[in-house]
Design a protein. Sequence first.
Length: 296
Amino acid sequence: MAVQFHVAFSAEVGGAGVLAGGPYYCSQASLALAEGRCMRFPEDINVEELVSITKSTYRTTRTIDDPANLADDRVWMLSALQDSVVATGVVNKLDQYYSHFVADPSTQLKGVFNQTGEHAFLTLHDGSECTYFGKPFINKCEYDAAGELLQHLYNGGLVEPTDEIGDGLSVGEIVTFDQSPFVDEPYTLLMAALNDVGFLYVPDSCRNSSGPACGVHVAFHGCEQTVWDIGERFPLETGYNRWAAANNLIVLYPQARRTSLNPKGCWDWWGYTGLDFASKLGVQMQAVHRMMLSVA
């Protein structure tokens, strides 16, 4: 979903951090392809075809932004050594995909393929044991994925959080908001597979109108990481907030939900909300984009 959102809204989004994800439109609106080549059989992913689809979609329909916008963007990718869900080759294909668009892949793209860990969001000290597979899919691996991700996206320009900042909650707060205003009729939250509420982390410094300008980072949870599955552990334990507090960033944590077509509460990257799921017309894509603009 992070890749999908980045590519579709590349005029406004400056990069992506991707944990165990493949290239844009990998599923081509097929659950079989999503569960096959996009997770387990990367040798079947035709990167050149997906690059061609990306370019032709902009050229013919304008339902995604001009992929030329990706030229100066930065992308961080992680495939943990023990990941039993998404093959490392899938993330390698993502690297190859972005290399067709960025100006200097050697500096703008960073892939981490030597880190111990299961299919999870890897943290310094929160969550389950490092190689455990299961909820909350947040694993303590003495590795700060959030920090590594953000630091690359900002080209090494972020300030290291101090011990005084802690988890960020002493110098900021998590705000709950209603997601329903961001979905247009005839869709409902249930039809869009969006939860009633989403979350924002807002540093105290970003509440002061005379303070510094604040950036916005969108953090998409993974499958089985919705608030119905793990409560507020994704915004609380992944480590984004401490970096956000130290660097005047607001973190948007939108929330998907479980439905009959989406039993694991995943974001839509294979078309369960409709064939326009990967474009700016997709109901989830529109909703998160509106949330992002509202926060900004």
